[in-house]
Design a protein. Structure first.
Length: 104
């Protein structure tokens, strides 16, 4: 598995346990699992959309291409909602950017 032996995996698990603590690990695992599930659902939607687009011509295909950035933004929002620490970090980053902008 990526050239990692059991010893390396145990060391990584201990480091993760020390960083996040035993109470937060289930929440993080749940968030990561939800994100993976959401990626799979989006992949299925995209593949079905692509096959539908191949059947249609011209404007419909162009419209689907224009909507893909909005779809990516929705995916990012869902992932941020499901992983607890990432959402807080992004909020802090946005606030820091606003402060930097005000100081300029």
């Amino acid at each position: 598995m990526f050239g990692l032996g059991p010893t390396e995996l145990i060391i990584i698990a201990v480091i993760v346990l020390l960083i996040f603590g035993a109470k937060r690990l289930p929440d993080i695992g749940k968030g990561v699992g939800g994100a993976i599930r959401e990626f799979k659902n989006v992949k299925k939607e995209l593949s079905s959309t692509e096959t539908d687009d191949k059947d249609q011509e011209g404007d419909a295909a162009q419209k689907a291409k224009d909507e893909s950035p909005a779809l990516e933004a929705k995916i990012v929002d869902k992932v941020l909602e499901q992983v607890p620490g990432v959402k807080k970090a992004m909020d802090i980053k946005k606030k820091a950017d606003k402060i930097k902008e005000l100081l300029k």
